[in-house]
Design a protein around this ligand. Sequence first.
Ligand SMILES: Nc1ncnc2c1ncn2[C@@H]1O[C@H](COP(=O)(O)OP(=O)(O)OP(=O)(O)O)[C@@H](O)[C@H]1O
Ligand SMILES: [Mg+2]
Length: 382
Amino acid sequence: MDHRGVPQPDEADPGAGILPTCDRDAADILRAVARMSPLPMVLADPYRPDMPAVFCNAAFTRLTGYAEDEVIGRNLRLLQGPETDDRALDTLRLGIAAQREIQVELWNYRQDGTKFWCSMFVGPVFDGNGRLLFWFGSQLDAGARRELDQAQARAQRMDTLGAMAAGIAHEFNNLMTVVLANAESAGTESLTPRQAERLNRVSWAARTAGRLTQQMLAFAGRQVLQSRLVDLNDVVRGADGLLAQLAPAGVPLDLSLAAVPLPAVIDAAKLEMALINLVRNAADASAPGNPILVQTGPAVLDGAPAVEVAVIDHGTGMPPDVASRATEPFFTTKHPGSGTGLGLSMVSGFAEQSRGAMLVHSEQGRGTTVRLVFPRSDAPPI
Ligand SMILES: Nc1ncnc2c1ncn2[C@@H]1O[C@H](COP(=O)(O)OP(=O)(O)OP(=O)(O)O)[C@@H](O)[C@H]1O
Ligand SMILES: [Mg+2]
């Protein structure tokens, strides 16, 4: 006990003084429990300058990478770092000033400098007379849960966007069909060349807008697919000439087709469109001399046999903030007018509507691989 009647931890055993109101046996048992608890635990002394830690358990040292003697005697702000949110710290300070329990989530840093998303509980420990003895803290690595939350929020956003895009695309498509039908049935015979030229532009704009709506429907997974049994190798072979034209001068397009049939039930024309989008992206990212590879092969999807076609480039690759948003509709890093940002979103929409998946792997400065994986059909290809 010090002069204020507050128990002080034993110098030799920092955890020894943590349970002053219990008898010695009970204190020993509880201390042993706290030590072996899988939940990280720490106690801080509010009566010493800068509120140092006086106890931490093994789960805490495992989580943070700090040894016990690096923690005892220091304020727990040692876990904070550049990305620790000031607002969360304000919440903590306010709670401590008011002596009430606080629960916050914030970035904390391990001893090796790596950060982890921490769900932190901090609460005052009172004795039987309501006197504050210690502050108790418990930290949990909530990174996995945070990622799951973010993925769910993103999926929800995509669903909402998809439903909205599909609704607009439908209405828009109907209106464009009317515009196009009228422009084409107006006939150009009785018109001056200038008027005829204008009418042509109306038709062109209506057709382009119609194509855009098709892309939006594809992104939303609501396009009409004419799926049939095909060999993925045949589809790629059939599109080869077209794809090669998309690559700029000095960027060769190589094919590497599996020697075995790759049967899948898909809409071959839509798969061609998807490949055009992927090769165009690869070409935009590639410097001369770096070939683009279109490769087919067997694969596995959700543990079941599958087939895949991959477009591989050795271009710029994507930084993490671009990679995480690349499949969002209307997300583009290209100049206005040269990209709508619908390419990857429609390709992934098509893959999902075909019960497959689009998988993107990109490394900044190294290149990008986009794989389209479809369930393998049991029937032999025709
Ligand atoms: N192979 C790639 N290499 C590097 N970055 C890529 C690659 N593919 C896509 N990206 C990035 O993802 C973004 C979105 O791609 P997406 O195909 O959806 O749209 P876009 O190419 O910008 O426009 P659009 O395809 O509609 O003309 C691109 O702007 C680019 O930043
Ligand atoms: Mg694109």
